[in-house]
Design a protein around this ligand. Structure first.
Ligand code: NAD
Ligand code: TYD
Length: 356
C-alpha cells in the first residue's frame, strides 16, 4: 500500500522523529505530526521540516477527544502511526498516573476517533485505511536465561509502563475485533540511536561518560536487552503499515542481546577512543553498581523471524556500528543536547510554532 496522508502521534519523540525523517526522505505521503511536546519531545529532532510542504505539526494531547477528532477531520489520514506515549520505566515507578492517562486513555481516545472517522469513509477509502499501534516487548514480561518472545507469547507486564502499554494493546485489538477498525500492532525491543532523551540507558551513559560523571548500573548489570537501531525500527514500522496483515502482531528486534554491563563497557571504550578525557584514561572506572530497579525484568529477546520472512524487513545496523554511530551523533550535536538539558527547545518551539 502507498499512503497519501500519514498521521504520526508522538512525532517529536525519539522514535516518532525517526519515522517522520524516514517518511519525508523515502515516501511521497503528507505527514501530520500530532504531539503535545512533553519533556521527552524535541522538534530539533526534525531539522528542515519548516521548508517541507508535505509536513504539518499540531501541538495537542491525544487525551483531548476534540483535538484528535479535528486532526482526523482536517487531515483525513489514510494511515495512523500511533507512537505518542509516556515511555520511561523509571518514571512510571515514581509517577504512574501520566502513563495510565496517556498510554491507556489516550490510546482509547485515538481509537474511538479513528473508528468514527473510519465509519464515515467510503468502502474504497476504508479498504486503504490502516491504524498501526507501536508497542513494546516489555508487555511480555521477563525471560529467564533461555527462550524468546514470539507473537503469541502471553502478556505478563511488570512495570506500570509495560502494564499501560499492555492495556493499550488490548484496546487496539478490541477496536479491531469489535468495530472492524483495520488495526496492526508492533512490539519492539529496546531502541537506541540519535535524538534519544538522555534518561534512557545508552544516551545517559554517553553523556555522563563525556562529562566524566559516574555511570550508574542497576544491580549487577547482568540484565539483558535486545538492542535495535532506531532507523531500523522506523523502516520496520512503515513496512508493517504498508505490507502487514490487518489484525496481526509483528515483533521487531535487533537480534543483538547484550547485558547492561557489556553495553556500558562498550560505550566507555568508544568514548575513550572518540573523545579522550583529559584526566580519565579508562571510563569503565566510572561504572558504579547502584540499587536495582524494583520489578526489574531480567531479560528481553525477540524472535522477529515472522516480520523478516513475511514482510522482507531486516536490520541494517549491527550493534557495534550503530553504537559508534550513536556516540558520534551525540558528540556532533551539542546544540540538541544543550537544548534538551536546559529545556531551551521549548522556548524555541513557542517562538516558532505559536502561530501555526
Ligand atoms: P519518547 O518518550 O521519546 O517520545 C514520546 C513522544 O510522545 C514525545 O514527543 C511526547 O511529547 C509525545 N507524547 C507523550 N504524551 C503525549 C500525549 N498525551 N499527547 C500527544 N503526544 C504525547 O518515546 P519513544 O522512545 O520515541 O517511544 C515511542 C513509542 O515507541 C512509544 O509508544 C513506546 O512505548 C514505543 N517503544 C519504545 C521503545 C524504546 O526503546 N524507546 C521500544 C519499544 C516501543
Ligand atoms: P532503559 O533504557 O530505561 O530501558 P528499559 O527499562 O525500557 O529496558 O534501561 C535499559 C536497561 O538499563 C534496564 O535493564 C535498566 C538499565 N539501566 C541502568 O542500569 N542504569 C540506568 O541509569 C538506566 C537508565 C537503566
Amino acid at each position: 500500500m502507498q499512503f497519501q496522508r500519514i498521521l504520526v502521534t508522538g512525532g517529536a519523540g525519539f522514535i516518532g522523529s525517526a519515522v517522520i525523517r524516514h517518511l519525508l526522505a523515502d515516501r511521497e505521503a503528507e505527514v501530520l505530526n500530532f504531539d503535545v511536546l512533553t519533556y521527552a519531545a524535541n522538534l530539533m529532532s526534525l531539522p528542515g521540516v519548516e521548508d517541507e510542504p508535505r509536513y504539518r505539526f499540531v501541538r495537542a494531547n491525544i487525551c483531548d477527544p476534540e483535538a484528535v477528532q479535528a486532526a482526523f477531520r482536517d487531515f483525513r489520514p489514510d494511515c495512523v502511526l500511533h507512537l505518542a506515549a509516556e515511555s520511561h520505566v523509571d518514571r512510571s515507578l515514581t509517577g504512574p498516573a501520566a502513563f495510565i492517562e496517556t498510554n491507556v486513555l489516550g490510546t482509547g481516545v485515538m481509537l474511538q476517533a479513528a473508528r468514527e472517522y473510519f465509519d464515515s469513509l467510503s468502502a474504497d477509502e476504508q479498504a486503504g485505511f490502516r491504524f498501526l499501534h507501536i508497542s513494546t516487548d516489555e508487555v511480555f514480561g521477563s525471560l529467564g536465561d533461555e527462550g524468546m518472545f514470539h507473537p503469541d507469547t502471553p502478556y505478563d507486564p511488570s512495570s506500570p509502563y509495560s502494564a499501560s502499554k499492555a492495556g493499550s494493546d488490548h484496546l487496539v485489538r478490541a477496536w479491531g475485533r469489535s468495530f472492524g477498525l483495520p488495526v496492526l500492532i508492533t512490539n519492539c525491543s529496546n531502541n537506541y540511536g540519535p535524538c534519544q532523551f538522555p534518561e534512557k540507558l545508552i544516551p545517559l551513559m554517553i553523556l555522563n561518560g563525556l562529562e566524566g560523571k559516574k555511570l550508574p548500573v542497576y544491580g549487577k548489570g547482568d540484565n539483558v536487552r535486545d538492542w535495535l537501531y532506531v532507523d531500523d525500527h522506523a523502516r520496520a514500522i512503515v513496512t508493517v503499515a504498508e505490507k502487514g496483515q490487518i489484525g496481526e502482531t509483528y515483533l521487531i528486534g535487533g537480534e543483538a542481546e547484550r547485558t547492561n554491563l557489556e553495553v556500558v563497557r562498550t560505550i566507555c571504550a568508544i568514548l575513550d577512543e572518540e573523545a579522550p578525557h583529559a584526566e580519565i584514561s579508562d571510563r569503565s572506572g566510572l561504572i558504579e553498581f547502584v540499587t536495582d530497579r524494583p520489578g526489574h525484568d531480567f531479560r528481553y529477546a525477540i524472535d522477529c523471524s515472522k516480520t523478516q520472512a513475511e514482510l522482507g524487513w531486516a536490520q541494517q545496523e549491527s550493534f557495534e556500528s550503530g553504537l559508534r554511530r550513536t556516540v558520534r551523533w551525540y558528540l556532533a550535536n551539542t546544540a540538541w543536547l544543550d537544548a534538551v538539558r536546559t529545556g531551551a527547545y521549548r522556548d524555541w518551539m513557542e517562538a516558532n510554532y505559536a502561530s501555526r
